[in-house]
Write a protein that binds this ligand. Structure first.
Ligand SMILES: Nc1ncnc2c1ncn2[C@@H]1O[C@H](COP(=O)(O)OP(=O)(O)OP(=O)(O)O)[C@@H](O)[C@H]1O
Ligand SMILES: N[C@@H](Cc1ccc(O)cc1)C(=O)O
Length: 522
């Protein structure tokens, strides 16, 4: 009882906060068919919606009941996630400044925040990691997170930031991409180390689950009727396309903003999600969602006038991650920084951060790691001091980001490969996994066991294609530049023995510091 009384006090407090928000009336005939949740921060309000939904992958599903959860039972102080995002350069815009106080008010139940990822490739890339990082900050501050895989939206293609319509993906590719991306989001968000005890919970859903049964007429009647063409036309993603009269824009792409907008409606209603985040290019789609929620779910009287409050929902964007030359990290750029270990080994991923220019390292530490601002400031101060060991800040960056994305195991693999692959470092024993870890990044060839066993080492340098002639190999050996599995080769008469084939699978040849060849043995 006491909780319920407290809840309604907060409810009315929030209502007055909401009444400042602009509100647009809607027709009463539709209203009857649409859900009218009276909740504000009440998750999982039952819905009367037509569109069906099944969880795609639910990790620690939220089981919050209604009134009892209106007040946070552990009403301790809650770190202000918006301050944190702001001081780290991870905040571009919010739909309402009231999110700043709402997010740290310990008397309110935690927020539930979502970020969507379309399955346009089998892996996410470094640019997409920002969405996961921002979700993780919300989690670390005690809120809950939902990752949406765009199984439905990926079939249409988001026009935001794109000058051309995306090519349609076949279903096999789409399925592969969905499972690849879901796996990455799940692995990083759920296993992310350092998330405190009070961290919120994570769900991963596929929007195809609620879109697959939607009928076109229902969509037009229940959603399309509330969307204003003028507002839709004013979105950056549409204006940019229409500037190019020749290319224009398809009706399907034009509708994309409503698909994403309706996702937010659905997630608000069925899952109690009240915040959507995304890169700055997502602003139009995010506000399409907050708008639709107000229009569809806001409370109104029979004549369409608003009598209650609008639901409390927020949109938040973060800036796009840029390289120091101003270009965006993406998948279309050459050499995308993929998050999937099968497209970019943890070793190569680590090396990327280990070698970022000094100009970028502090910005990256703030955006891409969870190190405290004080620790980052100290690393920055050290960079200017005499005796600073070059790349110390980069090493820290590489360790933190690799651990976050690939886990402790991935970081250890990267560190081991970094050590082991220093030519001449015979102390660290190479194993097959370590060599395979770099195989994507150095030339490789396949040879059969019998053609390798017992052949003179100099011949292998030539037959593998690493050096063009035996005399070049001999010269290199005399200069001390030939390595077999990182151990210096010091005799011309050395032959390949069974023990030289690492785990019966591979041999690593090096000629000098930079030229390497992975020989796969079949
Ligand atoms: N560099 C980036 N920084 C922050 N967010 C990004 C970045 N690149 C992409 N995103 C976010 O990831 C989402 C998906 O990106 P999207 O598929 O549009 O582009 P992309 O993967 O960069 O593709 P492309 O490389 O083909 O442009 C977008 O919503 C965007 O906000
Ligand atoms: N439009 C987003 C993905 C997304 C899909 C569905 C959503 O509900 C939200 C976001 C992108 O291009 O990456």
């Amino acid at each position: 009882m006491a909780a319920a009384a407290g809840a309604s006090a907060i409810n009315s407090g929030l209502r007055s906060l909401l009444l400042n928000t602009t509100l647009r009336p809607f027709t009463s005939s539709l209203l009857r068919k649409l859900p009218l949740p009276t909740h504000l921060f009440l998750p999982n309000t039952p819905s009367h919606h037509n569109f069906s939904h099944r969880p795609f992958c639910s990790i620690s599903p939220l089981t919050t009941s209604q009134e009892d959860n209106f007040i946070d039972p552990n009403s301790k102080s809650r770190p202000n996630v918006l301050h944190i995002l702001e001081e780290r350069g991870l905040l571009e815009s919010v739909t309402s400044d009231s999110l700043r106080s709402v997010c740290s008010d310990p008397s309110l139940v935690p927020l539930k925040v979502y970020c969507g990822f379309d399955p346009t490739a089998e892996s996410l890339h470094l640019g997409n990691l920002l969405g996961i990082i921002v979700l993780s900050w919300f989690l670390r501050c005690g809120h809950n997170a939902v990752g949406i895989i765009g199984g439905a939206t990926g079939r249409i293609g988001d026009p935001s930031g794109k000058s051309l319509e995306r090519p349609e993906l076949d279903l096999v590719t789409l399925e592969k991409n969905i499972s690849g991306i879901a796996g990455i989001v799940k692995k990083i968000l759920v296993c992310s180390p350092g998330v405190c005890e009070n961290a919120g919970e994570v769900q991963i859903l596929n929007n195809y689950d609620w879109w697959k049964d939607v009928k076109f007429l229902d969509f037009l009647r229940n959603v399309g009727r509330y969307a204003r063409v003028g507002t839709m036309m004013s979105k950056e993603s549409v204006k940019k396309r229409l500037e190019n009269a020749e290319q224009g824009m398809s009706y399907a792409e034009f509708t994309y903003q409503l698909l994403q907008g309706y996702d937010f409606v659905h997630l608000y209603e069925k899952e109690g999600v009240n915040v959507q985040i995304g890169g700055s290019d997502q602003w139009g789609n995010i506000t399409a969602g907050t708008d639709l929620i107000r229009r569809l779910i806001g409370k109104s009287s029979e004549n369409g006038a608003v009598v209650g409050s609008v639901p409390v929902v927020f949109g938040l964007t973060f800036p796009l991650l840029l390289k120091s030359d101003g270009t965006k990290f993406g998948k279309s750029e050459d050499g995308a920084i993929w998050l999937s270990a099968s497209l970019l080994s943890p070793y190569k991923f680590y090396q990327y951060f280990f070698t970022v220019p000094d100009d970028d390292v502090v910005r990256f530490l703030k955006i891409l790691t969870f190190l405290s601002i004080e620790e980052i400031a100290e690393l920055e101060r050290d960079m200017g001091k005499p005796g600073y060991v070059p790349n110390t800040a980069q090493r820290r960056l590489a360790e933190e980001v690799t651990r976050f994305v690939h886990g402790q195991e991935g970081l250890e693999e990267a560190l081991k490969a970094t050590e082991a692959l220093k030519p001449g470092n015979a102390d660290t024993k190479l194993d097959w996994k370590t060599i395979e870890g770099i195989a994507a990044d150095v030339p490789s060839c396949s040879m059969n066991y019998d053609s390798v066993l017992n052949i003179p080492i100099l011949d292998l340098y030539v037959s593998s294609g690493l050096l063009e002639s035996k005399s070049a190999a001999r010269r290199m050996l005399k200069q001390g530049g030939l390595y077999l599995n990182n151990a210096k080769v010091d005799s011309e008469s050395k032959k390949i023995e069974a023990d030289d084939i690492v785990d019966d699978k591979v041999i690593l040849l090096s000629a000098g510091k930079k030229n390497r060849m992975v020989v796969r043995i079949s």
